[in-house]
Design a protein around this ligand. Structure first.
Ligand SMILES: Nc1nc2c(ncn2[C@@H]2O[C@H](COP(=O)(O)OP(=O)(O)OP(=O)(O)O)[C@@H](O)[C@H]2O)c(=O)[nH]1
Ligand SMILES: [Mg+2]
Length: 315
């Protein structure tokens, strides 16, 4: 049977194969994504982010268990587990997720930044589209920290859970890290540790002072103890509340439409950039140019103007 046929018949091995093809941007991956595209758009994407070791994977595991107990098929994407912070946890994640996927309808996939030639954010989005087309109803995406790549990934989610712990500092630290800005639900995990409640209070206070319009969602704060599965049902409810809120005032659709535009622009600019650089490499003697700049005959801006003119006016 054709790979795509097997995929649509619900064959998990075909799913893994398609994800690998898409992740590696192997020959034909665009056509495959094109075939899956009409089946996408149904899954809800939930981002879980926060500092290293905050308990993101533990929460993801708990949420996935809860969702599958509710009969929801759940896909999990753990982004960049090759980072020095997360490397150690990966094996543990695999074991945990392995137990879950054996017993229930959960699919776990980790994505490494190495090899993601088109960008990690784009690769994550494509893998998420594949899971969506396969029929996963909720996709949980775990990323560590908030660099630009992580922000792009998180921005692509419908709802974002930020996980902090007392060890990650006070409310000011959390705000400085930009974590408040991206959070729809802010979870103070490791509620068993000292300082968790006061951190949650501080964060609630900081959020209550934020001036936001009436149509905007105000970030909710809660505590969990993920390793004991405490607070998971409430977390689920808050995520649902947020989704309900943004659906009711069309922010859900508008946000998704914006993401489509961003995606098209990203594909285009990636292509323009690649083609432009290929043409440059073919026709320009860079050693000579570098020499000219090095010797002060010209400067990087002037030379760039000239190259730009040459290559945008000639085909
Ligand atoms: N005391 C305590 N420990 C917890 C709690 N939740 C998780 N942990 C522990 O914290 C450690 C890190 O948990 P992970 O879920 O791997 O954290 P993470 O944020 O995914 O970590 P990275 O992916 O490496 O950034 C593990 O040893 C967990 O068992 C909690 O509520 N209380
Ligand atoms: Mg983790």
């Amino acid at each position: 049977m054709e790979l795509i046929e097997r995929f649509f018949s619900g064959d998990i091995r075909a799913l893994s194969r398609v994800i690998t093809l898409v992740e590696n941007r192997a020959d034909g991956f665009r056509e495959i994504l094109g075939q899956l595209s009409p089946k996408t758009g149904k899954a809800v994407k939930i981002g879980i982010t926060g500092p290293p070791g905050a308990g993101k994977s533990t929460l993801v595991y708990c949420l996935a268990s809860l969702l599958s107990s509710k009969g929801q098929k759940t896909g999990i994407i753990a982004v960049d587990p090759s980072s020095p912070f997360t490397g150690g946890a990966l094996l543990g994640d695999r074991v945990r997720m392995g137990e879950l996927s054996g017993a229930n309808q959960v699919f776990f996939r980790s994505m490494a930044s190495r090899g993601a030639t088109g960008g990690l954010s784009s690769a994550t989005d494509n893998v998420s589209a594949v899971l969506d087309a396969f029929g996963y109803q909720t996709i949980l995406i775990e990323t560590v920290g908030v660099g630009q790549v992580e922000l792009d990934i998180i921005d692509n989610c419908d709802s974002v859970v930020v996980v902090v712990v007392p060890e990650s500092g006070d409310a000011v630290q959390t705000m400085k890290a930009g974590l408040l800005e991206v959070a729809d639900v802010l979870v103070v995990n490791k509620a068993d540790r000292q300082g968790a409640d006061s951190l949650a209070q501080e964060l609630k206070h900081a959020i209550s002072l934020k001036k936001i319009s009436e149509e905007s969602w105000r970030t909710k704060v809660m505590t969990t103890q993920a390793d004991k599965s405490i607070g998971i049902e409430q977390l689920y409810e808050l995520i649902q509340e947020h989704l309900g809120f943004i659906k009711a005032n069309h922010q859900f659709d508008n946000h998704r439409r914006e993401q489509i535009k961003k995606k098209i622009l990203a594909i285009l600019s990636h292509r323009f950039r690649r083609e432009f650089l290929e043409r440059l490499a073919d026709r320009v003697d860079f050693e000579k140019i570098i020499d000219d700049v090095y010797r002060g005959k010209t400067d990087p801006y002037r030379i760039s103007d000239r190259l730009y003119e040459t290559f945008t006016h000639s085909q």
